[in-house]
Design a protein around this ligand. Sequence first.
Ligand code: SF4
Length: 584
Amino acid sequence: MPDLILWNSIASRRRSPSDDFLDNGLALLKAFVQARDFEVELADWARSSRWQKLTPRPLAASNRFLASLLIPGENTGKSGKKLFRRLAGPLFLLSQEVTTSIQRRRLDRMLRDLALRVRDSGCRVLGIKSWYGEAYRSAKELARRVRRFAPDVLIVIGGPHASIYQEAVLEEGLFDVVVIGEGEIALAGILELSREYRGREVLLAAVSAEAGRGKLRNLICRSERPVAKPLIEEGEAGSKAVSGYEDFEGKTRIHVIVDSQGCPWGKCNFCTHTCIYGVHSLRDPESLLDELARMISAGIGIFRFAGSSTTLNQAGRIAALIEARALKLTFSMFVRAEAEARREEVHQRIVATYRQLLRSGLRAVFMGAESGMDTVNELVMNKGAGRANIIGTVKAMRQAARAEGLPLDIGLSLIYPAPTLGRVTLEELLAENISLVEQTQPDSVLVSPPAPFPGTAWFNEKERFGFELGENFVREMLEYDYVLYKPTYLWPEIELKLEGRGLREILGLCQELRRALEDRGFVTEVTDEHFLMLRAAGYAGKEGAKKFKYQALLDLLSCDYRWINQLQQRVNQASLQLAAANRK
Ligand code: SF4
């Protein structure tokens, strides 16, 4: 009989080809509590096979046909297709509505079955990993059903979404405890108490009392009283070793490995990281290498470093060990622009470290540039990195790649539109963003709209940054779903304004920058994890990235995932082959 059932919440349709990477967070939780003699049952639904089941095949195929007429890309210029495009729009929207309603019904049935499993298993705690949008709706639906079928089970919610919205997820009374950031110690503590305190309310009272005494951290309990801010456990990246995976079915063989926790800077005005992780901590490179070796022997050769911005020193230490042990693998990581990157001495250090990183398997990086204007990066973003640092760091990376004769995909992310504080105009910001991209020539640009998440400076000092947030803003954001198949003018408005502009206008401006970059030949919205996948599957150069983007979009819009599933097979084969090369 399991003590705990852990469930990875999903939406009824995929959002990205990388949705089904191996989930190291759940693997960590499971290993941690199992080591303390608790039995855990894992329900990780983020698998290609699951999503496939949610859409009837003929409907998916007809969606694909309609989507292929609508998406600008391959062959859309042909005159025959042009004739159909006008007709296809309304038909496509109608068929999407039908698809969504069938998917929701199927997902609801799966949720009911899981709630019954929770009841029949006799477990005492249900743990939910939460994600945004419709996946959060699924989490609520499951909680509602578990409350009905198994009222004595304590429902704990954690994961990225709950960690951002914290006490707001408890408002409806569906979840009992929200865990913020690191969950394993809190979850093990709750399970320990569940041995002694039986029944949901009794257990909740015991958990709440322990949290009040400071013995359980990183959590908030459902309560009638106003909630106190939780004590946050200091991050300890060193304890993050994943022992292994048991079930590869429908998963992409890419392992996300913890190299550090928190952020060495931790002061960006829009970032939720510091609200979730207290301090920055580094993983011991030797322990990271042991985990890499374990994963390689389990047939995984592709990795993504989990750190929000891996420092040059830490990356260099890891690369040196990979080289020393002659491991064959590929990986990607998030980086920050280096301070004084244009100074010769610093430049040489960046080049030398990236050369070593490339030799050890680095193939993609993603850097938060945020904007091409120093005034904005300093006063609006508090980025701690200006245009010269971004340009200098990218230049050094390119030099390293040329010197080693190895490929490196570089992604930049921008936030547009952004608060202007009356210091700049949006037109100036747009032009400077474009000129930064032209100067750095990244392989992809990710453009995001501004989002004042709870806990950030943008949220706490909203007036100063020009945001107007209504009373329902947090509640609306909790549930907001980006409906990929709808044009932005059909997306619901929420109680958010930036300098007088509503959400749709903000999204429209964001799209304007994307289009301006695409018109200049740049690839947009392909992330480092996408690069890992598409290169592993054999898509080369800029054309390969464009092909990936087009095909993935077609699959995501149509819910006909045949191309993404084939991609997954090719990535898995490449990952297995890389891992096997270590045995020769
Ligand atoms: S945006 Fe990146 S650099 Fe800034 S605080 Fe967050 S993680 Fe750190």
